[in-house]
Ligand binder design. Structure first.
Ligand SMILES: Nc1ncnc2c1ncn2[C@@H]1O[C@H](COP(=O)(O)OP(=O)(O)OP(=O)(O)O)[C@@H](O)[C@H]1O
Ligand SMILES: [Mg+2]
Length: 516
């Protein structure tokens, strides 16, 4: 294993890929690709057989949108993707993005070898998807990668990088809401490092679903026009281009509505602008956001926290900038969440410090090695990747990195220059009431063996404090229940008296029409 002292953490996201490089002196900084820390994960297959990535791909998409894949991560289950006239293995699309990162890393380090590159993946990914990611990494020149789950990386960022004071026994919740996936983790500070009490996620919930809800909403307004029908089922290059533009404008309007109260969405084909208010957006986004809250509550229920152990809720991922995310979470958990300036960067940097978690049996960090991979010298940026068949259906065998020591979270690494300052979303949380159990609660989570969602974990191997975390009661349901009880208490004696009266009088009792 090379020991140059350079370490690279890569978060291959649905919309954006982020890489953070840690130098031998311990300083970590974002790799800038085309001047930005966010490299769009988009890929464009040009007619010459080259794969363009990032902003180049987005610009080229206007030429022929059928050659463009904006979110290869969402295609991870497809063996191949049709781009223009070519069927391309998904692993090649992912590799093209990683090759761009590898290029930039090589340029920055002057070609020094990297310690095993760390890559992140959603908690809900099983071995097949993880294997595909690692196969792509091998094509990018990283035959050995350390794989860290995104929520674990995010939790590590808050403890190791931001150095948040989380007392032993207290718990933080990391709510990572990206473009295509949602992950939540419940992490407890232990004397040595921290324990992951629960990790859950949905790999089909993200900011893209809010974009889709807006497009559907516009379709309800304009769907009867032939122009809209061409936008929803494009058949020509121009229609596809217009559809792409519409989705871009919808996303931009959604993001603007996090800062302002209204936004206009130009729909050139209809010769009009659609007007969207934040209130309308929130109505559309609410079903998606409520799912994230439910998953978070479920993870907390699973973790069975004792009263007062919740020390903070942290927001990660670009879509968490939507103000309603913090509002709903605050309402449900009773804890004002905390966000940072650039929530997209958290996972990549946190992954550099995530190691095997002391005290749990969960292999949160796994070393993947492509034994069969031929030595790869990464092609130049944008060069066509090998179109040959890749063994994506046979994932590499994971081996836990048991040798990696757990990093105590109370010791932030030296000189973290890239850590944006934390800013409270709402008034800073009050100091939590500490209830420190004799030892951190440990849950052996289910091994991530399948691509399906994580199943409920088996019971804890050690006794845990009684469950005292309760989600806030639903006020409407409580009122409804009270109203039914009061109505029943009134109705029973009235009906009894009514029937008794008619019984005594011997008259028919309407509506039963009984005579006595
Ligand atoms: N100001 C904003 N308001 C609302 N949403 C935003 C804002 N800024 C960015 N987003 C959304 O955040 C998402 C991108 O976030 P991020 O880069 O964290 O995702 P990702 O890492 O690519 O995806 P994933 O983690 O799901 O694979 C996009 O859906 C984008 O529209
Ligand atoms: Mg992400």
């Amino acid at each position: 294993m090379p020991t140059s002292g350079f370490a690279l953490g890569v978060d291959f996201g649905t919309s954006n890929t982020v890489a953070v490089l840690r130098s031998p002196d311990g300083r970590a900084r974002s790799l800038l690709v085309d001047g930005s820390p966010l490299l769009p994960s988009a890929v464009y297959a040009d007619p010459g057989g080259n794969l363009l990535v990032g902003r180049d791909a987005i610009h080229s998409a206007r030429l022929d949108p059928a050659r463009f894949e904006p979110n290869p991560k969402r295609r991870i289950d497809d063996h191949s993707v049709l781009l223009g006239d070519r069927e391309l293995p998904v692993v090649d699309l992912i590799a093209a993005v990683l090759i761009r990162v590898a290029e930039e890393a090589r340029r920055t380090t002057g070609g020094a070898p990297l310690d095993p590159v760390t890559m992140t993946c959603p908690a809900g990914w099983g071995p097949t998807r993880r294997g595909t990611l690692c196969a792509a990494a091998a094509l990018a020149g990283w035959p050995r990668v350390r794989l860290v789950e995104e929520p674990v990386a995010a939790a590590t960022y808050f403890t190791n990088v931001l150095g948040r004071q989380v007392p032993v026994g207290s718990v933080i919740v990391v709510h990572d809401f990206g473009a295509g996936t949602f992950d939540v983790s419940v992490v407890a500070k232990a004397a040595q490092g921290f324990d992951v009490l629960a990790v859950d996620g949905r790999d089909d919930i993200g900011g893209l679903d809010i974009d889709a809800a807006i497009v559907t909403y516009l379709g309800r307004q304009f769907g009867s026009t032939p122009e809209w029908q061409r936008l929803s089922a494009p058949t020509t290059v121009e229609d596809r281009r217009n559809r792409r533009l519409l989705w871009d404008d919808v996303r931009a309007a959604k993001e603007r509505l996090s800062r302002s109260q209204s936004a206009d969405i130009p729909i050139a084909q209809l010769g009009t602008d659609a007007h969207l208010t934040r209130e309308e957006l929130e109505t559309l986004a609410r079903p998606v956001l409520e799912q994230t809250v439910r998953v978070t509550e479920g993870a907390l229920r699973w973790a069975k926290l004792a009263e007062g152990r919740l020390a903070g809720v942290f927001l990660v991922g670009g879509a968490s900038r939507t103000p309603l995310v913090a509002t709903l979470l605050h309402r449900a958990l009773g804890e004002p969440p905390l966000a940072i300036e650039q929530p997209e960067l958290v996972v990549a940097e946190g992954s550099l410090y995530a190691t095997s978690i002391a005290g749990t049996r969960r292999a949160n960090t796994v070393l993947f090695e492509r034994v069969a991979a031929a030595p790869v010298s990464a092609p130049p940026p944008g060069a066509p990747t090998s179109g040959g068949p890749l063994p994506v259906s046979v994932p590499p065998v994971p081996s836990p990195t048991s040798g990696a020591p757990a990093r105590p979270i109370s010791t932030p690494p030296a000189q973290q220059v890239s850590s944006p300052p934390a800013r409270p979303v709402s008034p800073p949380p009050p100091p939590p009431v500490r209830s420190i159990p004799p030892q951190a609660v440990r849950v052996p989570p289910a091994p991530t063996l399948t691509a399906a969602r994580p199943q409920p974990r088996p019971p804890a191997v050690q006794p845990r404090p009684a469950a005292t975390y309760r989600p806030r009661p639903n006020v409407f349901l409580r009122s409804l229940r009270l109203a039914i009880i009061v109505a029943t208490l009134i109705a029973v004696p009235v009906v009894t008296a009514y029937l008794a009266f008619h019984f005594a009088e011997g008259t028919p009792a309407w509506p039963l029409n009984l005579t006595w």
